[in-house]
Design a protein around this ligand. Structure first.
Ligand code: BGC
Length: 248
């Protein structure tokens, strides 16, 4: 079965049809720049354009960087504040005329990793952390997701954690890899002391440069990089949008 996976991010809206049995893209990915200002209506228009350009007619799964409950956006840490309360799922369904399931972006990436990537066949508790402008989290036990965990917003040393340990902080403050690793270390220590995961999967664009900061990290938990990289958001969203969605 194929489901269209949509990945809505701060800079681009990407999508492709995915074979949800194999986790593979079955056609080329379409990407359109995220409109600015990224009002919810403008996002819907662009997301619909991505689906139409792909000539897709059928079920859709969609990842969005916020807490999502029943398709409705609940928070807006790194997105336009007008998104709060917006029924993204409902609007997309209306425009596309097919079923749409919206999930948190890190949850989508985590679903892909747990099914086909670094978290595959791992027993116990797997925690996926996406390090980008914000920090996204996805928590799994026995492959089942606890949605919307938002561990990027733990308050650590008086700060919203993602503002210190996200990749955005590294860029903004021009931190060296060693300095950044120190920030991340503090964050990972708190997270592992609270959740005691069996595996931590690090995703986000920065995971491609893990050789720069992994050597400076010392965690009790096994730490690995995401394997699906760029397409995890699309693939996981598609799986979430399918009939046997791992999202409750
Ligand atoms: C948001 C999360 C999102 C993460 C990564 C955070 O600021 O609160 O919902 O998963 O950024 O995009």
């Amino acid at each position: 079965m194929n489901v269209f996976g949509l990945d809505i991010g701060g800079s681009g809206i990407k999508g492709a049809p995915v074979d949800v049995e194999s986790g593979e893209l079955v056609a080329e990915r379409v990407r359109i720049k995220t409109p600015q200002p990224a009002t919810p209506q403008a996002i819907v228009e662009t997301a619909v354009a991505v689906v139409r350009q792909s000539d897709w007619d059928g079920p859709v799964g969609c990842g969005f960087p916020a807490v999502i409950k029943d398709g409705v956006i609940q928070t807006a840490a790194n997105v336009d504040k007008s998104a709060i309360g917006f029924d993204l799922g409902g609007h997309l369904e209306e425009e596309l005329g097919s079923s749409v399931r919206v999930v948190n972006d890190a949850d989508a990436a985590g679903i892909a990793e747990v099914h086909w990537g670094a978290g595959r066949d791992v027993d116990g508790v797997v925690l996926m952390l996406t390090l980008g402008t914000g920090i996204g989290s996805a928590l799994f036990i026995g492959g089942k997701l606890v949605p919307n965990t938002e561990l990027g917003h733990l308050e650590i040393d008086g700060y919203d954690a993602e503002s210190r340990a996200g990749d955005g902080a590294r860029k903004r403050e021009d931190l060296s890899w060693e300095q950044y690793a120190e920030r991340l270390q503090r964050y990972l220590t708190v997270v592992e002391n609270l959740f005691w995961p069996d595996l931590i999967v690090i995703g986000g664009g920065i995971s491609k440069k893990s050789e720069k900061f992994f050597p400076h990290l010392d965690t009790r938990t096994e730490l690995v990089t995401a394997r699906m990289l760029n397409e995890a958001g699309i693939i996981g969203a598609a799986l979430a949008g399918g009939v046997e969605s791992p999202v409750a």
